[in-house]
Design a protein around this ligand. Structure first.
Ligand code: ADP
Ligand code: MG
Length: 630
């Protein structure tokens, strides 16, 4: 190297490897690129075979147009493509590929073999490439179409290979890629064979919703609100799940532009806006949105993975998608989803309801500060079910006062009673905030306001506490502490609760068994598309089990690579949130005091699950200043 020239043109293999660094992150990225190529080749049928999560083998066979021996030789060269001929093509991309670098990149980090036979020819040819080793096309046998085989991915990039996750995780990513392609192209048949087992068969179909049904279950598919509209040259086809099916993460929002899966902040924002007021702020709607427009209206050449786009008119995309979704939601009968009472927010299974009612009855008897004339009333000594005066079993009232009256008659206030009966019979918070008796006898130093905030006197001022935020944090700390001593206490369910899952989710839950065990959750595959919950954390016995697991699955799917510690943190956070008293729950004086007394637990710990404040403080000095007392 001469001293005046330090710059060198890199050899092609290195160039390809650098490109591979961007495009080929994991086996699923290879699957995505090869699916794109098969679709661009006009395939009607695409079969994917993987071994060892794609680390050992990825093979994709299509019945598309195939390649001549000449093209075979070229297809693995960098910047070799049949899809873009001149510059203006770049501004109107009609195919999925156009960069001409996928095969070159893949061949630089794996052992690649491509067999292809163009339609109308009777002979196939094959080419093999591995790192810098390249062989001329040779005659081979094979049907019309192309087979691309990728073996030993990252065999020459140890850092990447080491980075790969468990087989199950990689298979999950591959499944996700196939589901995106299958949603975009319902008329193409897709198949997946994983370690010799056919795990996915998706026959070509007419309607997209059939694909949704296949991947996400019939229940979701049938609930979808469907709308389609073309305006100003833009066609939008939307499938919206009713707000009540909102999810814990945004991974159930699928956006496609010209059949390409993309992620776009304008569309994401439109979805958030469309569902504003219909779902809680922290939740995410399930949406499948397919946008079709003139390719000139969208620039795909933003990122090598082509997952981001630049719109010529982003505001048009935003307003049109928002209008379509908003109107669809407005026209739909969403009445049940809009009820805001607790039962609707967090529906209990009938099983959980009857369990809860029994506990409520027992608890009321045990903790009742008043002793109504039980003997005379005659009906109220047994459990809920054998009490004749109780509301019907089929439509039980969850109103605590009604329950109270049914069990004990009209409450009478005794003089030294510190707990007003109107708030006594709320079962859940009482359960969760085990009262500390010595506190109850102290004069009340705190009051609840708006069923949401607790205001308390402190030595040097007053504090205002968000009851849910504080309780959640307290529960979180307690749970974390418990977990250091062993698995969480678990409660077996009398009847296992069935939850519908996709095959991918089933694999995921099976793979995360150790984590679930620690949390006191026992699930086992039940049928092809459902899992049975056999045991659940005792702490969450009143929660909606199906709903909780749904959220949990979403988190696991969303962050499959998270370390167990991060995962635990996330799940404890979820549990704490579910188990904590809610905004709107009426608390008894005892509960208020108990909660406030646990405040230390939060204040001592620096580990905060949300970052939202639990407490606002006003010192006497602050107050004095405000009132101009000084
Ligand atoms: P791009 O898809 O961006 O053009 P690729 O490296 O993925 O780049 O593929 C290079 C070329 O190889 C494609 O343009 C196409 O002509 C050809 N090719 C790749 N896969 C197939 C296939 N399955 N069937 C037919 N031709 C293919
Ligand atoms: Mg391609």
């Amino acid at each position: 190297m001469s001293p005046n020239s330090r710059i060198r043109v890199l050899p092609p293999l290195l160039v390809n490897k650098i490109a591979a660094g961007e495009v080929v992150e994991r086996p699923a990225s290879v699957v995505k690129e090869l699916l794109d190529n098969a679709i661009d080749a006009g395939a009607n049928r695409i079969a994917v075979t993987i071994e060892d999560g794609g680390k050992q083998l990825i093979r994709i066979t299509d019945d598309g147009c195939g390649m001549s021996p000449n093209d075979l030789e070229l297809c693995v060269s960098p910047h070799a493509t049949s899809k873009v001929i001149e510059e203006r093509d770049l501004y109107a991309i009609a195919s999925l590929g156009f960069r001409g670098e996928a095969l070159a990149s893949i061949s630089s980090v794996s052992k690649l073999r491509v067999v292809s036979r163009p339609s109308g020819q009777d002979a196939a040819h094959e080419i093999t490439v591995s790192g810098a080793d390249r062989h001329k096309p040779q005659a081979a046998g094979g049907p019309v179409g192309t087979t691309v085989e990728v073996r030993d991915l990252f065999f020459n990039v140890p850092a990447r290979r080491k980075f790969l996750r468990s087989k199950g995780t990689e298979v999950g990513h591959i499944n996700e890629q196939i589901s995106r392609a299958a949603l975009a192209f319902p008329h193409i048949t897709f198949e997946l064979t994983n370690n010799g087992r056919k795990t996915l068969i998706l026959p070509a179909c007419e309607r997209r919703v059939e694909r949704i049904r296949k991947f996400y279950g019939p229940e979701l598919a049938e609930s979808l609100l469907v709308a389609e509209r073309t305006e100003r040259g833009i066609t939008m086809e939307a499938y919206l799940a009713p707000p009540a099916r909102s999810r814990a993460t945004a991974q159930w929002q699928y956006t496609f532009v010209n059949a390409r899966y993309i992620r776009d902040r304008f569309v994401q924002h439109a979805i958030k806006e469309a569902f504003r007021g219909l779902i809680e702020h922290s939740r995410h709607a399930i949406v499948f949105l397919f946008i079709t427009l003139d390719p000139k209206m969208v620039d795909i050449n933003v990122h090598p993975t082509k997952i981001e786009v630049r719109w010529a008119e982003p505001n048009l995309i935003h307003s049109q998608s928002l209008a379509l979704m908003r109107e669809t939601l407005q026209q739909a009968d969403l009445a049940p989803a809009l009820r805001t009472d607790r039962a609707a927010r967090d529906p209990l299974s009938p099983d959980a309801q009857s369990r809860m009612r029994e506990e409520l009855a027992t608890m009321l008897k045990a903790t009742s500060p008043i002793q109504p004339n039980r003997g005379e009333g005659g009906g109220a000594q047994g459990t809920w079910h054998d009490s004749p005066s109780l509301p019907g079993r089929s439509a039980p009232s969850m109103d605590p006062m009604e329950t109270w009256r049914a069990l004990y008659g009209e409450p009478t206030r005794s003089r030294d009673e510190t707990t007003p009966p109107s708030t006594a019979p709320t079962s859940a918070p009482m359960d969760r905030l085990a009262a500390e008796p010595h506190l109850a006898s102290q004069p009340p130093r705190a009051v609840q306001m708006h069923n949401l905030y607790l205001v308390a006197e402190t030595e040097d001022g007053i504090v205002i506490i968000d009851q849910h935020a504080l309780h959640e944090r307290v529960m979180y700390e307690q749970l974390k502490d418990k977990l250091t001593r062993g698995p969480l206490e678990s409660q077996r369910l009398l009847l296992p609760e069935m939850i519908p899952v996709t095959s991918r989710e089933m694999d995921l839950l099976t793979e995360k068994k150790a984590l679930l065990d620690r949390l006191g959750i026992e699930v086992a595959p039940f049928a092809k598309d459902s899992m049975a919950v056999h045991a659940f954390p005792a702490l969450l016995k009143d929660a909606n089990i199906g709903g909780f697991l749904r959220d949990l699955i979403d988190y696991l799917t969303d962050a499959p690579d998270a370390t167990p510690e991060v995962m635990i943190h996330k799940v404890l956070d979820m549990m704490a949130c579910k188990a904590a008293v809610k905004a709107g729950d009426t608390l008894t004086q005892q509960e208020i005091e108990t909660l406030i007394s646990k405040r230390d637990l939060v204040e001592k710990s620096s580990n905060c699950p949300h970052g939202r404040p639990t407490t606002l403080r006003l010192t006497k000095a602050d107050l004095n200043r405000q009132f101009k007392r000084t």
